[in-house]
Write a protein that binds this ligand. Sequence first.
Ligand code: MN
Length: 451
Amino acid sequence: MRCGDRSRYAHHAMTNTDHTHDPSRTSWIESANAPGADFPVQNLPFGVFSTPADESPRIGVAIGDQVLDLRAAIDAGLLDELDPETRCALHAPSLNMFMALGRDAWVATRSVVSTLLDASCPTVRDSDERRRAMVVPIAEARMHVPAQIGDYTDFYASLHHATNVGSMFRPDNPLMPNWKHLPVGYHGRASSVVIDGTPVRRPKGQTKADDAALPEYGPCRLLDYEMEMGFYVGPGNELGSPIAMGSARDHLFGLSLVNDWSARDVQKWEYQPLGPFNAKNFATTVSPWVVTLEALEPYRVDGPPRSSDDPPTIDYLQPAEAGAYHITVEVHLRSQAMREQDMPAMLISRGDFFDMYWTMSQMLVHHASTGCNMKPGDLLASGTISGPTDDSRGCLLERTWRGRDPLHLPDGTQRTFLQDGDEVILTGYAQREGAARIGLGRCRGIVLPAG
Ligand code: MN
């Protein structure tokens, strides 16, 4: 496994870090201080959860292996420093209103919650009553899709992924002529975005074998995952008013892991001339905790440099600031037989979100460049995150090179594409010297047989 070239960390932006990023800080929730914890006090990701005792969805912040219930904290008067509008948005059953408020509200909330959870703050720490009322083990929480996603768009922003996939299907012409001029994407399906842990039924669809005269309808045979980064839109823009690169980051609330489940055989038959349709619309899994751009500030860097043979970037997509992020992403696979034999999941790839050709800001700005309105809670996803090496390829199509190089699982079986009972587990984290390690949690799904 490639461990990453440390020299790439030379140009950290670090312009907007504050006391909430201080790596020496700890929390009175001990599990948050464990080495390798995804949710230390420097992270503070937002999610929507409910409990068996109170089934109403509400906003929480993950800390260690616990959730701080923000609705309960507001009811107890612990967030009175925030303005009423922000408290109202945080009292809601989804994150849309909070996402709409923008960066000042996000920064203010982060600061107040950070203080409340800091090891030195007695307000909740020393009150059994408050702890009972507002601290819930993540293990007891049921997580919900964190926002009402009005629209979901999926991009195709990795040069490695686009080149690999293109060369399988069009060996002479892997990259389309537009690819380095604009972030290619398609409008996805918001209704089938599901939360971590939701089983995914193998889709049926129309496919056509190369040697068959006619297509047929039946269970997908070439089921795949795609390791992607998702990002939720903040305030967004009015219809008719594009977003400028200089303000793009103000419209990005935070990130979560996305698995864009893909039916490759369906895709191959249907994709021309209008792109993916049914091959992608049966399920898209998101991780429950949205890691804010504030939390990721220590990991923001200039994007990968363009090479001398790359075309110039048109002005409206020209970066106004560092807009790439170093985030390690991993894919793990666990078959049903591995689960039955208590074998751990197998790591099958590791990549870096930094390796994308287009940044989140460029994807957002291009999407809105016609005047298309982006709304709070809209979900954009990056496309498969693949790097330059074999083991950094973020889907099975590439990882097994269309089935030519099967993966060998510890249960003695091989994989070219996903089988029923397989569990795909995506994880992600950002880590470097001088900053706290923060994680994105997990994005999991088990494949069920076709219905
Ligand atoms: Mn995709």
